[in-house]
Every structure is written in C-alpha cells, then in structure tokens.
Design a protein around this ligand. Structure first.
Ligand SMILES: [Zn+2]
Length: 327
C-alpha cells in the first residue's frame, strides 16, 4: 500500500501539472447500481454518486493539490475537494489516453511518447479525468500545447476510493481526515510530541502502534519495518518497555527513512508508480522489509532478517540487534 513517501511523490508530481487546468469529464467502469459495500458508498464506485460527482466536477478548475496522511486532496473551484485514497495497489498517472468504445477501456494514445505509461503495471485503468487547459493561460506543464489529456487512476485490486467533500467540512468532527494523527515529517512534530502520541498506546506492540493512523499518520508496513530496524527495536516490543534512548533513535529513524523514501521517489515493491508511470527506487534500499533470510546489513551485526506476523500484518526484523530482550 502506498505510504506517506509514495503519496507525497504523487502529490508533488500533480502539483506541477494540475493547477489551473479544467476538468472536462470523468469516466469510471467501477460504478455499481445499489453499491452494497458500505466503504464504497459515497465514492465513485456508487453509481448514483458517480453521476452526481460527474455533474459537480465537470467544468471546475483545479486550484491546488495537497497531501494529508495517505490521502490526495485535489482542491477545485466551487469550494469542493476531490479526495483520493490509493489503498492497496492504486496509483495516479497523467498522460494522453484514448478510449476504445468496443472494449470500454482506456490505453495510452498512439501519440503519447511516454513509454512508461505502457508498463504492464499501468494497465488497470478504472477511472479517468479528462483535463483541458484554459486557452488564455500558459501552462507550466509537460503538456503545453496539447489540447486535452488525462489523469488516470490505475488500480489492479480496485480498493482505491475517490470522493468529493466540501472544503469547509474536510476536517470537521467525524470526517475521515479529522481522526488522523499528526504528520510525522511536520517540523512541529517534535520528539516530545512523538512520545506523547505513542504513550496513548503504552501497552501496545510498537509495530501496530506505528501503523495506527490515529496515532501518527502516513506510516505503513514498509517504512515501519525500516525505522524499527534503524532504531534496533523488536516489532513486538511493548511501547512502555522501550527505553528513552531507543525512542530517540526511533524518532530520528522515522524522520530519516520517510525523507529517504521521498528522495527515492517512493517504493515500488508493490504496484506503485509515480505520475509519469515510473517505479520508485526505495525498494532497492530495504534493510528489513521483505529481506527475510538475508544477513543483517548493519555493520558488525551477525544477525539475519526474520519475518513474523503481528495482528495479521507481517513484520521483518533482525534476529540479533532487534532481539526482544535487547532493551
Ligand atoms: Zn542486525
């Protein structure tokens, strides 16, 4: 699942392209009549919502693009925000696509020069926004001079969601964004705040606590394994048992590993691709995640990487420098 660095990479890409463009139309092949899955109600997977969404966003101009936790926020004119969550396998790309009526599907247009969009991982296109540029403005995008192009949501497992929210209600009590913990890379997210957040789950195991979006937002399976490896903490360690010196290492490791993820353009162990359809390179720099059976790469450590399951999620850690008794 895309985590903070992947979502940030996508948002940074969209920020360069989308502002001032106009949404001409929206297409999806996922909308179902009488959507039964509660999680998909009020998303594009709900036919009546899709029809309303299409009416509401067509003709609107993109004002700005932001990230909050693992969510992409596309602010449009008229006071609304398109809220996208990529979930398991979703990723967003921008390019020139063409629609085939016979197969009811979209593929990169014949004159689309970006070959990365033709990568097989990029073929599961289930939602398409058609975009145009207002003729009166000069756009700072790679599509300058192009009449029409597309923002596509590629999602092989189809768990991703697209919603529309009034901007004034985005952070209202009870909303999805309201319940999220602080941003780990925020300058104001100090070590004191970090320990204060974790202290809400003193009896919890550190790995699931790091994944809990209401405690700290944006961290998932990959980066939690990597930050625990850096700090020398066992993923099963109880928060209350972690000594202050290791907590400091975890805090520093969290900041550095997330920043490194962004620097490498995210992680593509799974399906993630950036807006140009290109894989991120953090996948080549794992120390723990999916390194099961490999020797630990920490200098002078004699351990090997093990995999365990904690609360239905996998965790990878070093048998020596992350030993559970190693307080
Ligand atoms: Zn080790």
């Amino acid at each position: 699942m895309p985590e903070l660095p992947e979502v940030q990479t996508t948002v940074a890409g969209l920020q360069k392209i989308l502002p001032r463009l106009v949404i001409k139309d929206v297409w999806t092949d996922l909308a179902k009549k009488n959507q039964r899955i509660p999680h998909f109600k009020e998303t594009l997977k709900d036919l009546s919502f899709y029809q309303k969404f299409r009416r509401e966003v067509s003709g609107k101009k993109v004002i700005s693009v932001e990230r909050r936790a693992k969510n992409i926020l596309i602010n449009i004119s008229g006071g609304k925000t398109i809220l996208i969550h990529m979930k398991m396998t979703g990723h967003i790309m921008v390019g020139k696509y063409s629609y085939d009526k016979k197969t009811n599907s979209w593929t990169p247009a014949p004159d689309e020069k970006n070959l990365a969009l033709r990568d097989p991982f990029n073929r599961f296109i289930h939602t398409v926004f058609t975009l145009t540029s207002p003729r009166t403005t000069s756009r700072p995008s790679p599509y300058k001079g192009e009449e029409e192009f597309h923002l596509v949501f590629c999602d092989s497992r189809k768990f991703g969601t697209v919603k529309l929210v009034a901007r004034s209600l985005l952070y209202a009590p009870g909303s999805m964004l309201h319940a999220l913990g602080p941003e780990p890379l925020d300058k104001n997210f100090t070590f004191a705040k970090f320990t204060e957040r974790l202290s809400k789950k003193l009896n919890g195991k550190i790995k699931p606590v790091l994944l809990d979006q209401s405690i700290i937002s944006g961290i998932g399976n990959i980066y939690s394994d990597e930050m625990l490896w850096l700090a020398g903490i066992n993923p099963r360690a109880l928060v209350k048992d972690i000594p202050a010196v290791k907590m400091k290492k975890l805090y520093a490791g969290m900041k550095s590993v997330l920043a490194k993820g962004i620097d490498f353009g995210g992680d593509s162990t799974s399906d993630y691709r950036d807006v140009q359809g290109v894989p991120g390179k953090f996948s080549y720099h794992h120390k723990a995640y999916r390194m099961t059976g490999k020797r630990c790469s920490k200098p002078r450590c004699t351990g090997g990487i093990l995999r365990i399951i904690i609360g239905a999620r996998s965790a990878h850690y070093c048998s020596v420098h992350q030993r559970l008794s190693n307080k």
